[in-house]
Write a protein that binds this ligand. Structure first.
Ligand code: ATP
Length: 296
């Protein structure tokens, strides 16, 4: 197996009484898009800052490209987004791209980077005159300015409208196809579903799940059976874990949708417009954090 680009080995990070990251072990392997998912305060940003060398672990070991992330040489191949508020307002987008690129040995030409992130028309604009969404796109593009081996994106599309978000996802997918390894945190569960191949779910600073996207979804084998009926209680009694009205229809949560639908058909109970779907990542995530609370 190829060596990881970065790793956390039994890392704990405390801030006074608060344990932000609690005994986390994580390997980041080349070529992956890894989605880091968790509720507010789960420890996602702290993990990112540990990988950036901005924070040190209270215990355990953080490695970036086989060494200490606090050493500047390690960060040559690391790309991260600056806060948009940190963009110098009077510099143009082109100047900012050149300024950031100048810090890297393998810089991406300004025109190429701008085209990749849909910024070609903005190159001559001062960053202070850009909309919030445009500034966000500049910030994410800057993470790629040094042709990095590993890119850390902390909530890259917060505040973007749907079109801008999708455009940024496309750009990230293209970077990934070219071999970029990306760690992305997000509050948008659909973003993780759209981008990530591997999902790490953090809760209370701990790793609750670390698996392929499909496997995380599969861990909660809840399926949703949706149908229209006048007798929801009787249908629920066939083996639903829970049920709730959903518009004109009723949605039943079941473990085995094939068995449930088979029993339903055999029961002769009236229904129409039946659909079955798997759990969304959001549902998977809630189930994982709920089971964690039970253990705690
Ligand atoms: N500098 C700090 N001083 C004190 N506590 C901190 C500090 N940074 C983070 N924490 C605490 O550590 C915990 C984890 O925070 P972190 O920002 O890593 O979570 P997060 O998952 O990124 O949350 P969010 O989604 O809200 O950004 C929280 O309880 C937070 O209050």
């Amino acid at each position: 197996m190829t060596a990881p680009l970065a790793r956390l080995d039994r890392v704990t990070r405390r801030f006074g009484e608060v344990t932000a990251v609690d005994d986390v072990t994580l390997d980041i392997r080349p070529g992956q898009i890894l989605g880091l998912l968790g509720p507010n305060g789960a420890g996602k940003s702290t993990v990112i800052s540990l990988l950036q060398g901005l924070r040190r672990p209270s215990s355990g070991r953080v490695e970036l490209f086989g060494g200490n992330p606090a050493e500047a040489a390690r960060r040559q191949s690391l790309g991260s987004t600056p806060q948009e508020t940190a963009l110098p307002a009077t510099l143009t987008v082109g100047e900012v791209i050149d300024f950031v690129g100048a810090h890297f040995e393998r810089r991406v030409p300004r025109g190429e980077l701008a085209a990749e992130f849909g910024l070609s028309d903005l190159l001559k604009r001062q960053t202070g005159s850009l909309s919030g969404g445009q500034r966000r796109r500049v910030s994410v593009a800057l993470a790629f300015a040094g042709d990095p081996r590993l890119v850390l994106l902390d909530e890259p599309t917060t505040g973007l409208d749907v079109d801008a978000r999708h455009a940024l996802w496309d750009a990230l997918r293209r970077q990934h196809e070219r071999g970029a390894t990306v760690v992305v945190t997000s509050h948008y569960l659909e973003e993780i579903e759209a981008l990530a191949e591997r999902v790490v779910v953090l809760g209370g600073g701990r790793v609750l799940a670390d698996d392929h996207l499909d496997a995380v979804l599969g861990r909660v084998r809840v399926r949703r059976v949706r149908l229209v009926t006048d007798v929801p209680e009787r249908i629920a009694a066939l083996g639903a874990e829970s049920w709730a009205p959903s518009g004109e229809a009723t949605e039943f949560s079941v473990r085995d949708s094939d068995a449930f639908v088979g029993d339903l058909v055999r029961s002769g109970l009236p229904f129409r417009d039946l659909t079955v779907r798997g759990a969304s990542l959001e549902e998977a995530f809630l189930t994982l954090t709920a089971s964690d609370r039970k253990v705690a």
